[in-house]
Design a protein around this ligand. Structure first.
Ligand SMILES: [Zn+2]
Length: 233
């Protein structure tokens, strides 16, 4: 059927594209897409971030939408992020960041790249160490860390970044290292909390790969007890 358009065309849209993308032909499985209406209520998690940069904590809330609930295709996808703090120093930038991250979530597709993008932001004033000896290059990186934690909790990222083989290697190295230490170090391990909560040996140095103070000297090689990175001198 032909439709005559007398007025000037100012905008157009391919009406079927989104519907097609949302519902593949032959099935009714709903995927994440831009036009998805926000349900009245969403479930989520709030994460607390305490940094030495500010006396006030930062609270990061990530809400998820559950698609195809009650079916075998039920999936949980992040839908929006909010950040709250008493510290309003960088409020406009934080709001901008949360809007953009939320938009990426809603767009659908793979959003796991956000973790590495945010994590590689370095604060020119220098970063800081978290409990457990992990180096945090900036507050933005910390937000990337929270997103990673959340994506792991809803199954979008693997819980373990090391595969089974790498885990076994790191574990073997750790056992080897511990067995060489005097028994005194075992007593010291009991009061881990007093040594900044680090599960790694005293005097371990920063690993360039996983940014954790977990590198120890073994047979002339600096070996990371967290990710298995090894550098021989
Ligand atoms: Zn490492």
């Amino acid at each position: 059927m032909a439709i005559r358009i007398d007025s000037k065309i100012i905008d157009y849209e391919v009406a079927k594209a989104d519907a097609e993308r949302a519902k593949a032909p032959g099935n009714d499985i709903e995927q994440m897409h831009e036009k998805l209406q926000r349900p009245e209520t969403l479930e989520g998690q709030t994460y607390k971030i305490k940094t030495p940069l500010s006396e006030h904590a930062l609270y990061v809330t990530i809400n998820d939408v559950v698609l195809n609930p009650g079916t075998e295709h039920e999936i949980r996808r992040p839908f929006e992020i909010f950040i709250n703090s008493k510290n309003m120093d960088h409020f406009q930038w934080i709001v901008a960041l949360t809007r953009i991250v939320s938009a990426v979530f809603r767009k659908g597709g793979d959003c796991t790249f956000l973790v590495e993008e945010l994590r590689s932001v370095f604060d020119p004033r220098g970063g800081y160490f978290k409990r457990g000896g992990r180096f945090m290059p900036s507050l933005v990186a910390e937000i990337g860390d929270v997103i990673e934690q959340h994506l792991k909790s809803i199954g979008l990222l693997d819980e373990n970044t090391l595969d089974a083989h790498q885990q076994a290697y790191v574990q073997a190295k750790r056992t080897e290292y511990d067995s060489r230490q005097a028994p005194v170090s075992h007593a010291a391990a009991d009061c881990e909390d007093s040594t900044n909560g680090s599960p790694y040996p005293d005097g371990a140095v920063l690993c360039p790969r996983c940014h954790t103070k977990a590198m120890v000297m073994m047979e002339g090689c600096l070996t990371c007890l967290s990710c298995g990175e090894s550098k021989c001198s």
